[in-house]
Design a protein around this ligand. Structure first.
Ligand SMILES: C[S@@+](CC[C@H](N)C(=O)[O-])C[C@H]1O[C@@H](n2cnc3c(N)ncnc32)[C@H](O)[C@@H]1O
Length: 322
């Protein structure tokens, strides 16, 4: 992650919130004893060996260690058997990590006191949802154009934004493609909040559809946008959802995935590794590579898959129904 000197408001907010994730990853690895274990072993260890020693899940530990490598907290050495992880400078780091372990014991209490004293209230779930939707929306006012202009979507005039949330991406879409109409498809309570709080009734090119994309039908359309949807779910659920989308999609239509793409060897970008840690904690999903998304699309029947990395936080993958 770069220095804040090159950043302007509001991108700087994202940088700071990523800083929070960086600290969480470092403290978690510390608290679990990853650095102590490597120090004691005196030699690099595989991710599976670290997980086994610490009684942790192999999948969760792999994701944590990938993020530690991306953050340059651990060094990786590639061998024929796979990657081995080690510390850069055992002696120096052990002192730093020991003092950090002490800090982690106090830091959560300190954060909770700080939050409680600033807010003087407990967030209720409706309030939390509103804040979540506003947060998601603000990402698209900053980088919505990059993902929507990654491909020429003008041939698609009838678009469904599945799990469209607060609607900011839909709004960017109709302003970039004035001939399109976008239907925001989301759970009833989310649609209600989107209508009341975020999308003006004068916005004639935007309509709403209340539904559960796993259990209810998905109407026919030319293009489906799935923005930050698949990263919430495991592969089986993604395949199930994409198969439904494929069935509903008009021939010649397509699906646009908007996600933050991991490098093919999962070595970065560090922001995406951090998001994947966040997914591990909060959802059933994970961040994926472009080929992992392509495989999910192909399994559902989509072809002519194109990938565009925007160089920003989110990227775009387009699949077509021939
Ligand atoms: C991570 S948010 C992404 C929101 C939006 N697409 C964006 O990019 O800002 C996931 C969205 O999926 C919606 N969602 C989750 N499960 C759903 C379901 N079963 N049916 C419809 N929408 C769902 C959530 O309500 C939420 O709006």
């Amino acid at each position: 992650m770069g220095s804040t000197e090159d950043l302007e408001y509001p991108q700087i907010i994202m940088q700071y919130s990523n800083g929070f994730l960086v600290s969480k990853v470092m403290f978690t690895a510390c608290e679990l004893g990853v650095f102590d274990l490597l120090l004691e072993s005196g030699k690099p260890l595989s991710s599976d060996a670290i997980a086994a020693h610490l009684g942790a899940s192999t999948m969760g530990m792999k994701r944590l260690l990938d993020a530690c490598v991306g953050l340059k907290l651990l060094a990786i050495e590639m061998t024929q058997e796979g990657g081995l992880l080690g510390q850069f400078n055992m002696g120096l780091e052990s002192h730093l990590f020991q003092s950090m372990q002490l800090m982690t014991k106090h830091i959560m209490v300190w954060m909770m006191v700080m939050i409680a004293s600033v807010l003087h209230l407990y967030l209720r779930s409706d309030e939390e949802m509103l804040k979540f939707m506003a947060g998601q929306n603000s990402v698209w006012t900053i980088c919505g154009r990059d993902v929507l202009a990654a491909f020429d979507l003008s041939p698609f005039t009838q678009i469904y934004d599945l799990g469209g949330g607060g609607g900011a991406l839909a709004q960017e879409c109709v302003s970039l493609y004035p001939n399109s109409t976008v239907t925001i498809y989301d759970l009833p309570k989310v649609v209600r909040v989107a209508k009341e709080q975020f999308v003006s009734p004068e916005e004639r090119q935007i309509t709403f559809h209340e539904g559960d994309f796993f259990n209810d039908s998905i109407p026919e359309a030319e293009l489906y946008i799935l923005s930050k949807i698949l990263h919430d779910w495991d592969d089986d659920k993604c395949k199930k959802l994409l198969a439904k989308v494929y069935k509903a999609c008009k021939p010649g239509g397509g699906v646009l995935l908007v996600e933050s793409l991991l490098n093919e060897d999962k070595s970065g970008p560090v922001e995406t590794q951090l998001y994947s840690m966040n997914m591990l904690v909060q959802t059933e999903g994970k961040e994926r590579t472009a080929s992992e998304y392509s495989k999910l699309l192909e399994a559902a029947g989509f072809g002519m898959i194109q990938v565009k990395r925007t160089g920003k936080l989110y990227d775009a993958v387009l699949g077509r129904k021939e």
